[in-house]
Design a protein around this ligand. Structure first.
Ligand SMILES: Nc1ncnc2c1ncn2[C@@H]1O[C@H](COP(=O)(O)OP(=O)(O)OP(=O)(O)O)[C@@H](O)[C@H]1O
Ligand SMILES: [Mg+2]
Ligand SMILES: [Zn+2]
Length: 265
């Protein structure tokens, strides 16, 4: 029997005690893990301890939640094909301002610390590489093991709306929960969302942005925008703007549109 199922016989008792938490008589046993990536390693069980069982259940739930989040991120953290290969290495330092932008973005990713949240706002005209740099940061942080998400705000709001449909795989609350918890969130093109002029600063989009931005206090968020501070403030509303500016480094990119550079006709 021992040769067929060694794990059956290799459970060994480590100690016995009375748990202060649940009051039960607890037996600590050690047994080799039967399968999976950690096969053969020893794992400890506290037989009879209710606290330990609850703790295990909580851990399992956390793992489940993380898997779900990962799934959602993989599904939505897609970028347009023109950005798919964007990284720090292929960003051309076309002028001193963009060179500064590049080194500032690089430093941001390099010095990223979870418990010292700093936000970043990249502003400037079209085609200067705001999204390019934002996505580059996202990639570096993902490689470092941080949960990072890059998403355009107009697209994000469409996704939020899609959760209202009956056939949605997840609820709005679940989506907002993911957005509030990722280590790094790049909100690309904030202010580009469609809002009726008379509803600027006071629309459904404003309210959703508020939930997202407010939910991220204490975490790292990056914004990119084409708008100037005045226009952006009007567009997203003063409450959102105020939160966006808290703890936030602002950098204005300047130069020529990379998309149309050298294509004058
Ligand atoms: N300095 C650069 N070096 C290399 N590629 C660049 C540079 N600037 C922009 N690009 C490329 O040009 C395209 C447009 O850049 P990007 O999307 O980052 O601009 P943007 O500033 O976000 O513009 P918009 O305001 O229109 O969103 C992308 O494919 C990007 O990779
Ligand atoms: Mg962009
Ligand atoms: Zn206990």
């Amino acid at each position: 029997m021992k040769t067929i199922m060694p794990e059956l016989t290799s459970v060994s008792e480590i100690e016995r005690y009375t748990c202060e938490g649940c009051g039960n008589e607890v037996i600590v046993v050690e047994a080799p893990i039967i399968g999976g990536p950690n096969k053969g390693d020893l794992s400890r069980h506290k037989r009879g301890c209710l606290c330990w069982e609850n703790e295990q259940a909580r851990e399992a739930k956390k793992v489940q939640q993380k898997l779900k989040v990962r799934h959602m991120i993989e599904r939505y953290s897609t970028v347009n094909p023109d950005l798919a290969n964007a990284c720090f290495e292929n960003y051309q330092l076309l002028n001193p301002n963009l060179e500064k932008a590049h080194s500032m973005a690089w430093e941001y990713a390099d010095s990223f610390l979870l418990d010292e949240p700093v936000n970043l706002l990249l502003s400037g005209m079209y085609g200067l590489g705001k999204s390019h740099l934002a996505y580059s940061i996202c990639k570096v942080l993902s490689d470092k093991g941080f949960v990072s998400l890059f998403i355009s705000v107009p697209k994000l709001l469409t996704i939020v709306k899609s959760t209202y449909r009956d056939d949605s795989n997840f609820t709005e609350a679940e989506l907002l929960d993911v957005l509030s918890k990722v280590d790094f969130l790049a909100l690309d093109d904030i202010g580009a969302e469609k809002v009726r002029k008379e509803e600027e600063g006071d629309s459904w989009a404003t309210e959703k942005l508020f939930e997202i931005i407010d939910g991220r206090s204490g975490r790292h968020t990056l914004y990119t925008t084409n708008l100037t501070s005045d226009t952006l403030q009007r567009k997203v509303g003063p409450r959102n703007f105020s939160r966006m500016m808290m703890n936030t480094k602002v950098f204005k990119l300047e130069g020529d549109d990379y998309r149309i550079n050298n294509k004058r006709f």
